[in-house]
Design a protein around this ligand. Structure first.
Ligand SMILES: O=C(O)CCC(=O)C(=O)O
Ligand SMILES: [Fe+2]
Length: 264
C-alpha cells in the first residue's frame, strides 16, 4: 500500500452507527458524515405483505448487463442511457399507471417517504425534465443473489438530464419480503467514489475490491417494514440472500438550489 493510495482512504463518518431520520441527520447523510439512516417500522407487516402480494401479480424484468441478476418492476434512467431520453419518457406514463394501480391496492410508500422528508423541512418533488415532464419513481426490486461493489451517482451515468445536475445522491429502500435469515445485508463503506476509481471498474456497474481496501464499513441488516437511507456515492454492495429479498426503492438527489428530487 503506497502513501498515495492511503491518502484516498476517506474517513468522513463521525460515528459508525445507524441514525433515525431528522433534519440534522438528513443533512449529515448528504454530507457523508454518518453511514446510514434507518426508519424503523416505516410500514406495518400487513402493508408490506399487501404491496408484495400486488407485485407477485406482475412480471419482474432483469436488468440487462447486470450480474448477479437483479429483477424489478418499473423503469430506470440507467437502462435508457444507451437507448434514449425520448424512449424513457414514452414509457413513464405506462410505468406510473402500473405503480399507481399497485399502490392503490396496498399503500403508497413513495408518498409516505416524501411526507417524512417534508417533516424534516426538505422541499421535495419527483424529478422532472423540461419539455418531457415527470420522471418515473418507485421500483419493486429483487436483489437475491447480491450485487458487486458499486456506487450510484446520476451525474456519472446520465448527461443532459435533470438528474445529472444533482450534487449528492441517496437511495431509500423499504423491505417488503425477506426470508427469515440474517443474509442479504447491505454493506456500506466509508469510502467515497472519486474519478480515479474508474480504472477499477469491472463491467457495466461493478468495481474491483481494490477501491475499498482498508476502508471502514457498516453492515445493515434489513427487516420487513424498515427503510434504509444511505449516500450512494459511498461504495456499497448487497450480500447474497439465500432466499427472498424484495423491496420498494428509488433514488433521491439534492439539487444546487437545495430542492430534493426523487426518481428511479
Ligand atoms: O437493497 C439494498 O439494500 C440497497 C441496494 C443498493 O445498491 C442501492 O439502494 O443503491
Ligand atoms: Fe446501489
Amino acid at each position: 500500500m503506497t502513501a498515495a493510495s492511503n491518502q484516498i482512504k476517506s474517513t468522513l463518518w463521525e460515528n459508525k452507527q445507524e441514525y433515525p431520520l431528522t433534519t440534522e441527520t438528513l443533512k449529515m447523510l448528504l454530507e457523508h458524515r454518518i453511514p446510514l439512516i434507518r426508519l424503523k417500522e416505516f410500514a406495518t407487516p400487513e402493508e408490506c405483505e399487501m404491496l408484495y402480494a400486488q407485485s407477485q401479480l406482475l412480471n419482474f424484468n432483469a436488468y440487462q448487463d447486470v450480474s448477479p441478476k437483479i429483477e424489478k418492476v418499473g423503469i430506470t434512467v440507467f437502462e435508457y442511457n444507451s437507448i434514449s431520453k425520448g424512449d424513457y419518457f414514452k414509457e413513464v406514463e405506462r410505468a406510473t399507471k402500473l405503480r399507481n394501480s399497485i399502490t392503490a391496492a396496498s399503500f403508497n410508500p413513495l408518498e409516505r417517504i416524501m411526507a417524512k422528508f417534508r417533516e424534516c423541512g426538505a422541499k421535495v418533488r419527483i424529478a422532472s425534465e423540461p419539455s418531457y415532464g415527470s420522471y418515473y419513481a418507485g421500483l419493486i426490486r429483487k436483489i437475491e443473489h447480491g450485487t458487486q461493489i458499486h456506487i450510484d451517482f446520476a451525474p456519472l451515468e446520465q448527461s443532459g438530464w435533470e438528474v445529472c445536475t444533482i450534487t449528492a445522491q441517496l437511495s431509500w429502500t423499504l423491505y417488503l419480503k425477506l426470508s427469515p435469515n440474517n443474509h442479504g445485508k447491505t454493506c456500506i463503506y466509508d469510502r467515497l467514489w472519486q474519478p480515479s476509481d474508474e480504472q477499477y471498474k469491472l463491467d457495466s456497474y461493478g468495481y474491483s475490491d481494490t477501491v475499498i481496501a482498508d476502508a471502514d464499513a457498516i453492515a445493515f441488516q434489513p427487516y420487513v417494514g424498515d427503510v434504509l437511507l444511505f449516500n450512494t456515492t459511498n461504495f456499497h454492495y448487497v450480500e447474497p440472500m439465500h432466499g427472498q429479498r424484495v423491496a420498494f426503492t428509488s433514488m433521491i438527489g439534492l439539487l444546487p438550489n437545495g430542492e430534493i428530487i426523487f426518481w428511479s
